[in-house]
Design a protein around this ligand. Structure first.
Ligand SMILES: [Zn+2]
Length: 117
């Protein structure tokens, strides 16, 4: 089951999330700064009815150049309008997956196939 097309508000929120995560991974900003920024953002968007809040997966993040590269690639996809599409099957990646991993390149089905094969 593919996800649904992302709205401009979704894209803006993912862009902000990616920039915050990238800043933390690179050590440019501290985790606490990013968390307070994300909470301020969640408050500002509190009435969009989508239950959207920025849940940054700091526990999963390390200062890791490979991850930083994937985040930069995701920001490029945001710029060229392909963000949120699976790089293998071109279906929309589910929003829940993108919230957990906004730099995900593949939908969950393709990711599973890649891991299995
Ligand atoms: Zn796919």
């Amino acid at each position: 089951m593919p996800g649904r097309k992302l709205s401009p508000a979704d894209l803006a929120a993912f862009e902000e999330q990616l920039r915050l995560m990238l800043g933390v991974v690179r050590g440019d900003i501290s985790r606490l700064e990013a968390e307070s920024a994300s909470h301020a953002n969640a408050d500002r968007q509190g009435d969009d009815g989508d239950g959207y809040s920025l849940e940054l997966s700091f526990e999963l993040m390390q200062r890791d150049e490979a991850t930083a590269g994937r985040m930069l690639d995701a920001l490029e996809r945001l710029a060229d309008g392909t963000f949120g599409r699976c790089q293998a099957c071109d279906q929309w990646i589910k929003k829940d997956r993108l919230r957990a991993i906004p730099y995900a390149e593949y939908c969950i089905e393709c990711q599973r196939q890649a891991e299995a094969g």
